[in-house]
Write a protein of this length. Structure first.
Ligand code: ADP
Ligand code: MG
Length: 483
């Protein structure tokens, strides 16, 4: 399905390529032993290397390299056995070294691809150009002191993966789907937590527009967008701006821009810098990075099942629909929960209960699968009580609500509140007699042909039994009594 924006001169196509900075999950930094924990006291996790002290030497962190390789494998990408670090020189107050150690010409990971699914169900493959390792800078804080800016170097030297896509996306929706899919893969791999609000994943958004069938036109790069919604808004705003420029007969200048979410517009930050502006050169303090194929294979063998494979398996093994499986694989913990409950039970029923009342209960109480007061075993036990006819479906919903609120076990709730299903035909008959006696007019109407009223009688009898009647027995007994 195509997505076009319409200007004075007709439809325009959007072209988007994303550069995602993903913070590597690792206890220590890319080139030093300092800790990486989020939210620590400012400047409490800074080694001499991170502070750019003269004469300090970087030492490459093996775990960060392993994380980059795992990510490359998860993105179906080429792992380069030889890569190299380069110095990217620039001055900034939060960059004490005066350069960033990055990878330029020879990144650790080459081309790959990920599949995204659009709302229409259409699958599109988005190319990955490369992934390279680099160190993050510190953070300037301009809101802590009336007339000074302060610098926190805790982030200085933390490992980042820069994941560059091909200019393969054609709409805000595709960019959103790409970011969600990428984040999901990184989380499954355990290589980045993907928390955009903590800054551990941020995107530079490259946007251009063109007429159908044309070659690419000049792009602008919107820097450091920190939520998926803002990325989508920034693309739309920037594309509309460029369309106006082209349609006014002017030329879009390649530049770096910022997105202002409050105004919903991008504005110019600086003219585009090129590689030569950074005076890249091979980092003299580090040897080329040479990987061993056997080590890569060992990492590959330990990869978890990734979202696409898991989804296909849930459909195949449990008969789930594409929609159900897509929801369960969004978080590994949700899929695990489902599979635990589904063991030895009716998987379709498990899916219905999870997607319906269980998720509704978690939503209502602001809980997630991880913080759920109801364990997979508890939910399974509840379904078992229904299967063995201890309770009926309507009561099960009530029990589940109590479970979500209190964390009590289902059997205990059923016993303590007397919710067992009534299968005693004497009790059912008594309730029926009572309802018939109270509704002689309705009975007359029913018997003179208003068959719809049968449902009314079932409802009244269940109500008289506080919802605990066995529905099949109530139906049968009622049929026998009133025909
Ligand atoms: P740089 O390092 O200067 O930012 P790259 O060649 O690494 O340049 O490309 C950066 C990003 O720009 C990539 O994600 C790429 O897909 C995207 N891109 C390249 N050309 C275009 C274009 N014409 N329109 C939109 N995005 C583009
Ligand atoms: Mg760039």
């Amino acid at each position: 399905m195509s997505y076009f924006l319409t200007g004075k001169t007709g439809p325009w196509e959007i072209v988007v390529g994303l550069e995602v900075h993903a913070q590597v999950i690792s206890r220590s930094k890319l080139f030093s032993g300092a800790a990486t924990e989020f939210g620590a006291e400012p400047n409490s996790q800074v080694s001499f290397v991170d502070a750019g002290f003269p004469g300090m030497l970087p030492v490459l962190n093996r775990e960060c390299v392993a994380q980059a390789v795992r990510t490359g494998l998860g993105l179906n990408a080429k792992i380069n056995l030889v890569s190299r670090f380069d110095r990217k020189n620039y001055f900034y107050a939060d960059l004490p070294q005066g350069y960033q150690i990055s990878q330029f010409e020879h990144p650790i990971i080459g081309t790959g691809a990920i599949d995204i699914e659009l709302d229409s169900g259409e699958i599109r493959t988005i190319g990955i150009t490369r992934l390279h390792l680099e160190q993050d800078a510190g953070k300037s804080m301009h809101d802590q002191h009336p007339d000074k800016s302060l610098i926190d170097l805790n982030r200085s030297g933390v490992a980042l993966m820069e994941i560059v896509s091909e200019p393969d996306m054609r709409s805000p929706e595709e960019a959103g789907a790409y970011l969600r899919k990428l984040r999901m893969i990184l989380r499954y791999l355990g290589t980045c937590d993907g928390n955009m609000d903590e800054g551990s994943m941020r995107a530079d958004v490259n946007v251009s527009v063109r007429k159908a069938g044309e070659a690419f036109r000049t792009r602008c790069e919107v820097k450091n967008v920190n939520s998926i919604r803002f990325v989508m808004q920034a693309i739309e705003a920037e594309a509309l701006r460029q369309i106006d420029v082209w349609e006014a007969g002017a030329i879009v200048q390649q530049e770096t821009r910022l997105f202002d979410p409050a105004r919903g517009e991008t504005r110019s930050m600086r003219s585009k810098e090129d590689a030569h502006d950074y005076r890249y050169f091979p980092e003299p303090d580090l040897l080329p990075l040479v990987l061993d194929q056997a080590w890569i294979e060992a990492l590959r063998a330990e990869l978890p099942e990734l979202p696409d494979a898991k989804r296909a398996r849930l459909i195949r093994d449990y008969g789930l629909t594409p929609y159900e499986s897509a929801i369960f694989v969004q978080e590994q913990a949700t899929a695990d929960f489902f599979e635990t409950v589904a063991q030895g039970r009716d998987a379709k029923q498990v899916a219905n209960w999870m997607l319906g009342d269980f998720f509704a209960g978690l939503n209502r109480t602001g809980k997630t699968i991880e913080t759920s007061p109801v364990s997979a075993d508890d939910l399974g036990a509840l379904l078992d009580l229904m299967t063995d006819a201890t309770i009926n479906g309507k009561i099960a919903k009530e029990v589940l609500e109590i479970m979500v609120d209190t964390g009590e076990k289902p059997a205990a709730i059923v016993e303590s509140r007397g919710l067992r299903q009534v299968t005693d035909t004497g009790a059912i008959d008594a309730a029926i007699d009572q309802v018939i006696a109270a509704n002689p007019d309705k009975l007359g109407e029913y018997q003179s042909g208003k068959e719809k009223l049968f449902g009314f009688f079932v409802g009244q009898v269940m109500k008289a039994m506080q919802g605990k009647g066995n529905p099949a027995l109530v139906n049968a007994a009622l049929k026998a009594k009133i025909g």
